[in-house]
Design a protein around this ligand. Structure first.
Ligand SMILES: Cc1ncc(COP(=O)(O)O)c(C=O)c1O
Ligand SMILES: N[C@@H](CCCC[NH3+])C(=O)O
Length: 422
């Protein structure tokens, strides 16, 4: 199992000290369950490894932006990586410090820039020259100066799924490394922006160090050239991307990763910023779902569960594999190979293919490693409410997001005038 915070005791899966069947009874299924201790430990692994030099861990809240998660990480000292004004408002609502926020993303709108300038975030990670110019105009109009990093596209192969690889020249992200030096000179001359950092993010779920080191070497060469040109860069932001154990992968630990980075950076006077998302959140959560019906067949056998692609889309979208186990292990039925599928009307609606499980209708299943890119990617497809979220703290159960009431799913919609049935 990928996380020691979710473990079996007397044949039943627990989150910390809470039996997961208790949560399912209390909040119904499907639901997400997070462990406070796991979030804390995963964050501390970064903070401790970085402690001997200037640093900031900017948790990428796209991975899991529940306010309870953000509040917990803020209380531990985390900064945040945001990609929208909505994420910025979440950080502020959770008590996060805007001075520790970096703003990534290729398509920042002017109103988003204005709000981020108004609360004086730490840095904008700028992804194109057109965005740089827009940001400079917006900042000037507000009488402000925006601190910026150029997000450099270092053209390294992250060796991960094509949908989550971002640092190749065919990807939409960042400014080509060959162009970056010229853009920094442009930024230096442009009123309204001040270049203070260099940024990159090459992809997600990386399980090897080599692509990170390749990218870092290219950024350091750029840093050295800019320093020679008299452009003072204060921080290096290497993005997120460290992978996790979904299916026995053995990615480097944050400690090993950071030691390798620091060794390359040497005595350059740089604050090191990282933007981890998945490696903090994924194995701090599971999704619980209940078996509704079993449909054994000659060709394939289906376990139809109450969770679906709208609740957890990673298997359908990326063919992602996440471990699925029975919450209460039973010894009275034989294991059988099941397709774990949801009620959504799509053949691609599945949570797992060909899983050997000893289960009966009514049993609870846990989909593991669901703390990252789980709830945040949930939708209301098929007019299904998004699931509730629960945070376990020792033996305490905190419902940190209620299931959406059904009528919330059509709030804001209206019938055409005169079209109401009489
Ligand atoms: C700019 C940026 N920073 C950080 C992250 C977080 O990545 P991960 O969840 O792989 O750590 C992402 C997502 O891949 C990203 O696009
Ligand atoms: N949503 C993706 C990761 C996206 C990374 C965002 N830059 C996943 O579940 O693997």
């Amino acid at each position: 199992m990928a996380s020691s915070h979710f473990s079996y005791r007397r044949d039943e899966l627990h989150a910390e000290d809470v039996a997961l069947s208790r949560i399912a009874e209390q909040v119904d299924t499907p639901c997400y369950v997070y462990s406070k201790a796991a979030f804390t430990a995963h964050y501390q692994a970064y903070a401790e490894a970085l402690a001997d030099g200037p640093h900031l861990v900017c948790y990428a809240l796209k991975a899991n932006s529940n306010l309870a998660v953000l509040g917990l990480l803020a209380s531990l000292g985390a900064g945040f990586d945001i990609v929208s004004v909505g994420e910025l408002e979440r950080v502020l609502a959770a008590g996060g410090d805007p001075a520790q926020v970096v703003f990534s993303g290729v398509g920042k709108r002017e109103d988003e820039m204005r709000r981020a300038l108004a609360v004086d975030i730490k840095c904008f990670n700028v992804e194109s020259e057109a965005e740089l110019e827009q940001l400079a105009r917006t900042a000037r109009a507000m009488g402000r100066v925006a601190r910026v990093s150029i997000r450099v596209n270092p053209d390294v192969d992250a060796g991960t799924h094509p949908y989550i690889s971002t640092g190749l020249k065919e990807n939409k992200f960042g400014i080509a490394i060959a162009e970056a030096e010229r853009v920094y000179h442009h930024a230096r001359e442009l009123a309204g922006v001040e270049p203070v950092g260099i940024d990159c993010h090459i992809g997600s779920q990386l399980t090897e160090l080599a692509p990170f080191i390749d990218a870092l070497d290219r950024l350091l060469a750029l840093y050295d050239r800019l320093t020679t040109d008299g452009i003072t860069i204060r921080h290096l932001d290497l993005g997120g991307g460290l992978g996790v154990d979904y299916q026995g992968e053995t990615p480097p630990s944050p400690g090993d990763y950071i030691a390798a980075l620091r060794q390359r950076i040497g005595d350059r006077p740089l604050e090191l910023i990282l933007e981890p998302g998945r490696s903090i959140a994924a194995n701090a959560g599971v999704m619980l779902t209940r078996v509704a019906y079993l449909k054994p067949g000659e060709h394939r056998s289906f376990a139809i569960v109450d969770g679906a692609m709208n609740d957890l889309i990673r298997p359908s979208l990326y063919q992602a594999w996440q471990r699925i186990t029975a919450v209460q292990q039973r010894h009275d039925v034989d294991p059988h190979r099941w397709e774990i599928v949801g009620p959504v009307c799509e053949s691609g609606d599945y949570l797992g293919h060909d899983r050997e499980l000893a289960i009966a209708a009514g049993d609870l299943l846990a989909v593991h490693s669901a703390g990252a890119y789980g709830f945040v990617m949930a939708s209301n497809y098929n007019t299904r409410p998004r699931p509730p979220e629960v945070m376990v703290d020792g033996s305490d159960i905190h419902v940190v997001r209620q299931r959406e009431p059904l009528d919330a799913l059509w709030a804001g919609e209206s019938l055409l005038p005169g079209a109401a049935p009489s």
